[in-house]
Design a protein around this ligand. Structure first.
Ligand SMILES: [Zn+2]
Length: 602
């Protein structure tokens, strides 16, 4: 037993030595370490591979080919780099339209994106086409608020629906031992722009509700950094049906970073108060690459610094030859197509005065819709339709496919429904309520006289509604009204009455498959020449005095002549109306908050 103390002493000494060495080695074994993670982000690329002209008229900006070069540079600088996209990726260019979005997905695969959140325009071509893109994607496709119905036994989903099983709410990427949870959220406003036939049976859930289960789940999976990549934009004003950043931030302060999109704005960085979530958004068309840099302390297991900026993609950044090579043939085919001359304009078709005043472009679009409906063995008595692009000017002379894309940048289709004269009046009243808000639509086939008032809440009162010949509609008339698919979906909640009326069973809505752009192209091709015309479909009185319309032969704004300004001008750029439809709109993206103080080093 004498030995026991010696043995104990030995072990206690050994323990002491080991303990001491453990302490002495501690700085080397469990040393505090900072991991620097970079997240690059793009949004609202709208099919732009090549540089293009931005809203302000700056040429040679953006495009995926240019982004690719910068992405490669930054990846070389920091191998701990993730790359994400916030949606509206495939719709907007001829080359992407012709390849049904698949070329852009091919480029995303090539660039090894880590996540792609779907945007609203991804659904413009119906489920089949976006389903194919989702199937092609080697990139994780995200949409935490895209809900599939429950699949019933023995009734499997058709392939275009089954493809959406691949769309996940989130992905967790491990970067040098740090788990980054990337949650994707599209805009819940999709059903307010897209007809049910394009999106059913998918459902789009409100943001806060969709995240309720997902955020804790991502945390349970061990994510140490929470990034939301959403096809929604930050708004100074309260949230709306499509953009819900305020409520997301208020309900989920545990998010570290929100990468936004949809509103075509550039937000380099700011902190959303009081949650201190870093918000950033990379404008549109790849004109900026977004960059977030995070320092993560692996000892403290927390972010110690987060900062963001947006990098201008001007011609100081060369285009990536591999991206150009992968796109070469479809780009060449699209370029050739866009240059094709399809007819002649006998004069300048201008949009000056839109949306309040009738323009040549209104009539061109509506005449083309009328012709296309006749080919489908139907006719509309009345068309309610706006100008889709206030830069949509056709110049006198050759009209190319490219000109038609400018006039009709979207893949809208047309629906026709029946109404009584009283119901038509309701539609005309609803439209009048948008007069001061910039989303006023034009008329064709119906003559409307409005009284202008000084009441901002109700700036127009209907004086009379008559048929195309100026005669009142008989009270029992069944009037066939045509509108485009965007407005029939309520035009982003602007025209709920139009939608509700069109969807009534007694309205017998028929939706046609032809697209407005094709209708305009065919109209010009078949007629060979088109002439600008103003009919006087809608007119205004102030008191008893008519507010003059512009003459048919009014000069184009850039022809050197001074236009006769007889009409109240638009008071301000209407970016709210533009939102996602801002693709070709005026310079409407400049409204912004002054960024709050720098988000870094808090
Ligand atoms: Zn969008």
């Amino acid at each position: 037993m004498k030995n026991t103390p010696t043995v104990l002493k030995f072990f206690s000494r050994l323990t002491a030595v080991l303990f001491a060495s453990a302490i002495c080695c501690a700085p080397f074994v469990g040393r505090a370490a900072e991991v620097t993670i970079t997240i690059l982000h793009t949004t609202d690329l709208h099919g732009n591979i090549l540089p293009t002209t931005d809203y302000q008229g700056n040429p040679d900006r953006g495009g995926i080919a240019r982004l690719a070069t910068k992405i490669a540079d930054i990846r070389r600088e920091n191998p701990n780099t993730l790359l994400v996209d916030a949606g509206d990726t495939i719709q907007g260019t001829t080359v992407s339209f012709n390849t049904e979005g698949r070329l852009i997905v091919k480029l995303f695969n090539h660039l090894k994106y880590d996540a792609w959140t779907l945007g609203n325009h991804e659904f413009d071509w119906g489920l089949k086409k976006i389903a194919q893109c989702v199937t092609d994607a080697e990139v994780p496709v995200l949409g935490a608020n895209i809900k599939l119905p429950t699949e019933r036994d023995g009734e499997p989903f058709p392939p275009e629906v089954a493809a959406f099983k691949k769309v996940k709410p989130y992905v967790i990427k491990e970067v040098q031992g740090v788990k980054v949870g990337i949650i994707g959220l599209t805009t819940p406003g999709i059903p307010n722009w897209s007809r049910p036939r394009l999106i059913e049976p998918l459902e789009f859930i409100e943001s806060v509700r969709a995240l309720r289960r997902i955020v804790p789940e991502v945390q349970r999976q061990g994510a140490q950094i929470l990034v939301l990549v959403t096809h929604q934009g930050y708004k100074r004003s309260p949230d709306d049906h499509a953009n819900q950043i305020h409520s997301i931030a208020a309900n989920y302060p545990e998010l570290d970073i929100i990468i936004g999109g949809h509103s075509h704005q550039e937000w380099s960085e700011f902190l959303i108060r009081p949650s201190n979530i870093l918000y950033t958004q990379a404008n549109y068309w790849g004109t900026y690459l977004g960059r977030v840099d995070i320092k993560f302390d692996t000892d403290k297991k927390k972010i110690v610094e987060k900062k963001a900026r947006t990098i201008l993609m001007d011609n100081s950044v060369p285009q990536d030859p591999a991206v150009l090579d992968l796109s070469k043939e479809p780009l060449a085919a699209a370029e050739k197509e866009l240059k094709t001359v399809i007819g002649t304009a006998e004069g300048d078709f201008i949009t000056r005065g839109e949306p309040k005043r009738e323009t040549h472009i209104h009539n061109l679009i509506c005449d083309a819709i009328d012709a296309a409906l006749q080919k489908n063995n139907t006719r509309a008595d009345v068309i309610i339709h706006g100008v889709l692009n206030n830069k949509g000017i056709l110049k006198k002379g050759d009209v190319t496919v490219s000109d038609v894309w400018t006039v009709v940048p979207y893949e809208n289709t047309i629906g026709v429904f029946e109404v009584s004269p009283d119901t038509l009046k309701e539609l005309i009243e609803e439209n009048a309520s948008h007069f001061e808000r910039g989303s006023f639509r034009g008329y064709w086939g119906v003559r409307v006289t409005y009284q202008m008032t000084d009441d901002r809440a109700r700036p127009l009162r209907i004086v009379s509604i008559a048929d195309r010949d100026g005669k009142p509609f008989p009270p029992d008339a069944k009037i066939k009204v045509a509108a485009n698919s965007f407005d029939l979906s309520s035009g982003g909640t602007r025209f709920p009455k139009l939608r509700e009326i069109a969807d009534r069973p007694e309205s017998k809505l028929v939706e046609y498959n032809f697209q407005t752009r094709q209708a305009v192209a065919d109209f010009i091709k078949e007629r060979k020449t088109v002439a600008p015309r103003i009919v006087g479909w809608w007119n205004f009185l102030r008191g008893n005095t008519p507010v003059p319309q512009e003459k048919d032969d009014a000069p184009a704004p850039d022809s050197g002549a001074v236009p006769r300004e007889t009409f109240p001008a638009r008071t301000s750029p209407n970016w709210r109306d533009a939102l996602c439809r801002v693709r070709f709109a005026n310079a409407v993206t400049t409204e912004r908050d002054p960024p709050t103080r720098s988000a870094s080093s808090f």
